[in-house]
Design a protein around this ligand. Structure first.
Ligand code: TYM
Length: 342
């Protein structure tokens, strides 16, 4: 079976962008592939974080995965810091990766600009932690949103480089699997939903870090909060809803959201909404969002009510993950020529 891995950072709350760009795709993959979905808590400390909040946010994220339909009997769900190989491989990768590759990362440039002088080293090397998350599992596919495309490209380049430097004959003699240390993974980016935009600015990505909560729909928002956010979202003065008009980014974004949460095809949405005014469309969208999120929120309430169950899922997931991750890590140590432990 092919392997799939992906994760979300436990910073802030999980929003519709994380769900439509990533988690919803994960659900559709768990029947077909061997899947590993982790809460990337080590990533959550690249910017200033609250030590009081981290553990709670980590639990919440794991519960949301399950609430969204990730089934622990099919997928391994675990917390990144519970599998030590992630941190360890990051060091090895950081020694084979040119710093210029990391300096080119758009997310680093954007986030470091905002943080100014105080930016931590981890913000720069973070894509290598992500590469470790992926390469440790010899993953085939990585379902993510559009904003992670560049990090996936970097992961592929790092894998190629390690394979080139250390995957040769010398390693084969040591009993390795013949020339390749890492499988080179591919990004899986959905055709719709890969870039969900802010409700208050159709040109900006919906994000956890935006200061106004009115800019995003969080998966745990109440029906009233959803109605209020949709009521106050940015619109334009044109009557009729349409896809793909670059002059109307808000309209395009909200129609795409409607398509995904209603489960309709683009054609059906066009037929239904082409003549609608914003005033007619907004309650329709609100209703579809509330209906889609309601069962997720009910399941979430069930899962968080039973922390013993959740912890046992996470322990089981980490145990499975550790087996695979440790074995890959040992192969990397061998390939790079370290003295094996006796
Ligand atoms: P993070 O936590 O920022 O986002 C989690 C996932 O949500 C997607 N996403 C979006 N998709 C559509 N529209 C949006 N507005 C939007 N905002 C976020 C992201 O593309 C991502 O798929 N570094 C990663 C997490 C990570 C990871 C990994 C992912 C760490 N290790 C290994 C895959 C494999 C991140 O910060 O995602």
């Amino acid at each position: 079976k092919k392997r799939v891995v992906s994760g979300v950072q436990p910073t802030g709350t999980i929003h519709l962008g994380n769900y439509l760009g990533a988690i919803k795709t994960w659900v559709s993959l768990q029947d077909l592939y061997e899947t590993f979905f982790f809460v990337v808590d080590l990533h959550a400390i690249t910017l200033a974080h609250s030590a009081e909040e981290l553990a709670r946010a980590t639990r919440t994220s794991a519960a949301i995965y399950i609430a969204c339909g990730i089934d622990p009997s099919k997928a391994s769900i675990f917390v990144q810091s519970h599998v030590q190989a992630h941190s360890e491989l990051t060091w090895l990768l950081s020694c084979v990766t040119p710093i210029s590759w990391l300096n080119k990362m758009i997310q680093f440039k954007e986030k470091s600009r905002k943080s100014g002088e105080d930016v931590g080293v981890g913000l720069l090397t973070y894509p290598l932690l992500m590469a470790s998350d992926i390469l440790l599992y010899q993953s085939d596919l990585v379902p993510v949103g559009e904003d992670q495309r560049q990090h996936l490209e970097l992961t592929r380049d790092v894998a190629d480089r390690v394979n080139h430097l250390y995957g040769g004959r010398k390693w084969k003699k040591l009993g390795g699997r013949g020339g390749r240390v890492f499988k080179v993974p591919e990004a899986l980016i959905p055709p719709t939903g890969a870039r969900v935009m802010s409700l208050t600015d159709g040109m900006a990505k919906m994000s956890k870090s935006a200061t106004s909560d009115l800019s995003r729909i969080n998966l745990l928002d109440t029906p009233d909060e959803i109605a209020n956010k949709i009521k106050r979202c940015k619109t334009d003065s044109v009557v009729g809803m349409e896809f793909g008009n670059e002059e109307r980014p808000e309209c395009n974004n909200l129609l795409a959201i409607y398509q995904l949460v209603s489960g309709k095809t683009q054609q059906e949405v066009v037929e239904e909404c082409a003549e609608m005014s914003w005033g007619q469309f907004k309650p329709v969208l609100t209703e579809a969002l509330v209906m889609h999120l309601q069962p997720i929120q009910e399941k979430y309430a069930e899962v968080v009510a039973d922390p013993v169950y959740l912890d046992s899922i996470l322990a089981e997931g980490a145990a499975k993950a550790n087996l695979i991750a440790d074995s890959t890590l040992q192969n990397v140590y061998n390939a790079m020529g370290f003295l094996p432990k006796k």
